[in-house]
Ligand binder design. Sequence first.
Ligand SMILES: CC(C)(COP(=O)(O)OP(=O)(O)OC[C@H]1O[C@@H](n2cnc3c(N)ncnc32)[C@H](O)[C@@H]1OP(=O)(O)O)[C@@H](O)C(=O)NCCC(=O)NCCS
Length: 179
Amino acid sequence: MSAREPRPVFVIRPAELSDASALSEFGARTFVEAFGADNTPEDMRLHIASDWSPHLQRAEISNAGLDTLLACVDGGALAAFAQLRADHAPANVPTVRAIELKRFYVDSPWHGSGLARELMAAVEVQARRRGARELWLGVWERNGRAQAFYRKFGFEKVSTQIFVVGTDPQTDHVMLRNL
Ligand SMILES: CC(C)(COP(=O)(O)OP(=O)(O)OC[C@H]1O[C@@H](n2cnc3c(N)ncnc32)[C@H](O)[C@@H]1OP(=O)(O)O)[C@@H](O)C(=O)NCCC(=O)NCCS
């Protein structure tokens, strides 16, 4: 987006079953764009197969313990999404009523556009609706941009955890903030 173009209006809404196939494609593509250069093709293939099938997206959209929020632009094209997992606390970190921000992805044309901020505001609203008192997430230790983004919203590193991509056990920073 050039500086002269008017900023588009993003519509943020809960995912529906009919979004499963588009979300599957979008989730797989944005994961590969974000992390493909730092992982082996085989580990990426295994991760996409296990986490991004349309079948799994349908199951996750139907899951009452998950909230999947989509940000759409230009008549419906996906620009970003976030997913919350209710009643899920980080291991070995004292919390009162924590909710996990399990996924948070903005398509690269919109990085730095403010869309991520809008989506985070919607995440906070939904987390409070669920009665959560803390919001937490795991972010790869090598993902400096995401860590910087989360720090702007009050997240602080409180721990680490392992996240396996394909066959590769990677270290995530566990970041937490109060709501
Ligand atoms: C993480 C993400 C949602 C953040 O959204 P964004 O629009 O890029 O975020 P912003 O531009 O508002 O903020 C990022 C900050 O990191 C800074 N930054 C950029 N590159 C950086 C780097 N390599 N290391 C550290 N900080 C960096 C930016 O300058 C900015 O800080 P500033 O506002 O003080 O200038 C988005 O980049 C994204 O979707 N990335 C790919 C998927 C991903 O990593 N998701 C998170 C999984 S846990």
